[in-house]
Design a protein around this ligand. Structure first.
Ligand code: HEC
Ligand code: HEC
Ligand code: HEC
Ligand code: HEC
Ligand code: HEC
Ligand code: HEC
Ligand code: HEC
Length: 324
């Protein structure tokens, strides 16, 4: 009963949280975009992809341009369209200077900041980001864009499957932390790149962990949900039990979208389904725990009944056999 009440509370919390976050979404929602508008966006973006895509580079619409430079600026239309910004026109962020070629002079400086469309979210996230190791050590160089490539990034809730979320979010960190070139662009001149494998040697099955868990799970403050505050290494999570336990911290982090979605489609009681009981030593399923308990209880009752019947039968037989 206690358990069920806790699940009710969690489900209720999730519903309220999703309602709150929906109302706080300030970027104009494109969820119910009409097909004509969508086609118009695709047409506009196709103009950019005519040059800025692998296809475009193969048959450029004109020859009088720096093809070597263009080669470093290609984008995949399919990846773009399935990203969170897939329904945003390129020129909305890049400005009208991008719509003509040759492009306007300081195109780079004209890009819209995230806050232009995500004011409320940026307000919340920026305070966390400002407290992170990266913002503290690399003040001006490190921006939202250093982690989020807005041309491909997808929000976790939309991805759903944990292994895909993990792949995307870990690539974010590893593209830089596993690349001397990229790392050196941000690190102080005398800083050598620490080898990620070597640093985490204390973690058994390190490779398996990289595929099953995100860097941010250990490198952000514990607690509900996700914070953008990447902590100092001395504060990183080293305690195995924080994940390898029944009340795993992963439930309110990595798996939170999964649980929310299942709660929506299956009802909250069924949401704690077995296939997702990744965590060693925990089924996280009150129904199975209940069923096992019921089976055990039935067994005991069965044994008691059996004993009583046998005792009764033996008594009856003995009385029957007694000489009159
Ligand atoms: C006719 C080909 C062509 C088209 C169409 C085109 N671009 Fe470009 N773009 C280039 C080339 C070549 C470069 C690199 C050299 C340069 O800037 O001249 C470039 C550079 C850029 C840059 C980098 C600027 C910098 O200084 O770092 C951005 C951003 C950009 N384009 C965005 C866009 C957007 C957005 C569109 C569509 C609205 C678009 N481009 C359409 C060819 C094109
Ligand atoms: C949400 C805003 C946003 C949208 C939408 C967007 N971009 Fe960008 N783009 C940026 C930002 C920010 C940068 C600068 C990244 C940096 O400084 O490294 C950038 C960089 C670029 C560059 C130059 C560097 C590179 O890696 O190629 C090109 C080219 C470019 N964008 C093309 C496009 C095209 C084509 C589209 C549409 C299909 C598009 N962008 C949509 C924000 C956006
Ligand atoms: C021109 C406006 C614009 C700019 C600038 C912009 N975004 Fe967005 N962003 C959007 C729109 C529109 C959506 C889609 C919202 C939806 O589908 O409900 C979106 C969605 C997102 C999402 C998915 C989560 C959500 O709220 O739906 C993330 C994450 C995101 N943007 C991050 C960024 C980051 C980081 C930057 C800066 C590097 C940025 N955006 C800049 C317009 C913008
Ligand atoms: C150190 C890398 C990193 C930096 C820097 C970063 N982010 Fe994120 N961001 C992430 C990761 C990882 C997630 C996925 C977390 C999750 O949803 O579980 C995320 C998720 C998000 C989301 C979607 C979830 C939410 O809370 O709404 C938004 C919006 C977002 N980031 C915006 C920003 C903005 C704005 C900035 C700059 C102030 C920024 N990010 C800087 C790593 C980063
Ligand atoms: C664009 C490059 C880049 C990205 C992306 C990046 N980092 Fe870093 N990170 C750095 C650099 C450079 C340093 C070293 C800063 C210094 O020592 O001044 C650093 C330092 C750190 C440190 C050590 C802090 C300390 O106490 O010494 C941790 C932990 C860390 N990053 C975790 C992450 C995580 C987790 C992600 C992904 C969510 C991430 N980083 C994404 C460049 C990056
Ligand atoms: C299971 C928890 C855990 C995971 C997952 C994890 N880390 Fe760590 N990380 C730690 C701990 C704990 C330390 C501090 C180790 C120490 O000081 O001995 C650390 C240290 C670091 C440092 C500091 C290195 C230095 O000495 O300056 C960086 C950078 C880092 N991690 C990046 C990452 C990246 C990138 C990922 C994802 C691929 C990741 N970590 C995944 C727990 C974790
Ligand atoms: C941030 C969460 C997290 C932390 C912290 C963590 N683990 Fe894990 N660990 C996982 C996940 C998730 C898996 C994958 C489980 C699976 O796929 O069956 C895993 C897998 C493992 C496995 C492999 C199990 C198997 O089925 O092969 C071992 C062993 C392990 N962890 C030991 C540890 C030890 C020891 C520590 C502490 C030093 C630790 N873990 C810390 C999340 C974590």
């Amino acid at each position: 009963m206690q358990k069920r009440r806790r699940w009710l509370a969690i489900a209720f919390g999730l519903i309220v949280a999703s309602m709150l976050s929906a109302s706080a979404a300030d970027a104009q929602s494109t969820a119910a975009l009409d097909p004509a508008k969508l086609a118009e966006i695709r047409d506009q973006n196709a103009k950019c992809f005519a040059c800025h895509s692998p296809e475009g580079l193969k048959s450029p619409p004109r020859q009088d341009m720096d093809l070597d430079k263009l080669k470093t600026m290609l984008h995949d239309p399919a990846l773009y369209e399935t990203s969170s910004h897939g329904r945003v026109e390129c020129r909305t962020c890049h400005g009208v200077g991008a719509t003509t070629f040759p492009h306007g002079a300081n195109l780079k400086a004209q890009v819209s900041p995230c806050s232009e469309c995500h004011a409320a979210k940026v307000f919340r996230i920026e305070t966390q980001f400002d407290a992170s190791v990266h913002a503290k050590t690399q003040k001006d160089k490190f921006t939202c864009w250093s982690c989020h490539d807005g041309h491909v990034y997808n929000i976790a809730a939309k991805i759903g499957a944990p292994h895909k979320i993990i792949a995307q979010d870990n690539a974010m960190c590893l593209d830089c932390h596993n690349s001397d070139l990229q790392f050196s662009k941000f690190a102080p001149v005398d800083k050598r790149r620490p080898l990620i494998g070597r640093i985490h040697e204390w973690l058994p099955n390190t490779q398996l962990h990289w595929a099953a868990v995100r860097c941010v799970e250990c490198h952000t403050p514990a607690g509900r949900g996700f914070s953008h505050e990447i902590l100092d290494k001395s504060k990183a999570e080293k305690n195995c039990v924080s994940c390898h336990s029944r009340d795993s911290s992963l439930r309110t982090r990595l798996y939170r979208h999964l649980l929310a979605e299942e709660e929506e489609t299956l009802g909250f009681v069924n949401s704690v389904i077995l296939p997702h009981a990744y965590i060693i030593g925990a089924t996280r399923n009150p129904w199975i725990d209940g069923a096992v308990g019921a089976v055990a209880a039935l067994l005991i009752v069965g044994m008691l009944v059996h004993t009583v019947l046998r005792l009764g039968a033996a008594l009856w037989r003995r009385r029957g056999r007694r000489p009159a």
